[in-house]
Write a protein that binds this ligand. Structure first.
Ligand code: GRF
Length: 200
């Protein structure tokens, strides 16, 4: 299965995915909206095709998304993964990749969609935080949930310490969710995802 990974920055989830060496998964390319994304250099060093399309060079979101989709489709992907891709995608883009677009989000959805999830969890006094891997749909951070992991919120936490704890959990569930997709274990039924691996 061909996988195209989209990143915007550091790319630690992308690294976790590459290093998982998932059987039958080929990382076809790592693409970014940010030419400075540190993850691009990391991937290029490992011989993975990389490219950046700066969203600032496009007149609007739709034009950027169309250009990004062209770049992606040149790699004939079976799966597109958003690994810390910090741009909102148009409904057209999401529909084009329906059921083959996966996102990692640093909260226990449906709580805390959008940005600043860790500070918001702290502000709400949450005792548990976490992360979610889900199929991305036209509605932001609201698609069928593939996997979630919870971590405790500790009394001394600030947004950075909580983010670090959640990120470690992201690095566990994200490659596993992609492996489950690649092995054909995931079936979407309405808003639920049935995972054949978990049922065994
Ligand atoms: C992750 O926490 C991801 O869930 C969020 O942005 C962060 C990206 O980190 N949306 P990285 O680029 O994968 O290191």
């Amino acid at each position: 299965k061909n996988i195209v990974i989209l990143i915007s920055g550091r790319g630690s989830n992308m690294q976790a995915l590459v290093e998982a060496n998932i059987p039958d998964a080929r990382i076809a390319a790592v693409l970014s909206n940010n030419p400075q994304a540190a993850g691009l250099a990391w991937a290029a060093e490992r011989g993975i095709a990389t490219a950046a399309l700066n969203h600032r060079d496009f007149p609007d979101r739709a034009a950027f998304d169309r250009a990004m989709a062209d770049k992606i489709d040149a790699h004939a992907p079976d799966l597109v993964v958003l690994a810390g891709f910090m741009r909102i995608l148009t409904p057209e883009f999401c529909r084009h990749y329906e059921n083959r677009l996966i996102n990692i989000h640093p909260s226990l959805l449906p709580a805390f969609t959008g940005l600043h999830t860790h500070q918001r969890a702290l502000d709400e006094g949450c005792r548990i935080a976490g992360c979610t891997v889900h199929f991305a749909t036209a509605e932001l951070d609201n698609g069928p949930i593939i996997a979630q992991a919870a971590v405790p919120v500790l009394d001394g936490d600030d947004a950075d310490t909580l983010a670090a704890r959640v990120l470690a959990a992201e690095h566990q569930i994200f490659p596993q969710a992609v492996a489950d997709f690649v092995s054909g274990s995931l079936k979407i039924v309405g808003k639920r995802v049935i995972n054949a691996r978990r049922r065994q």
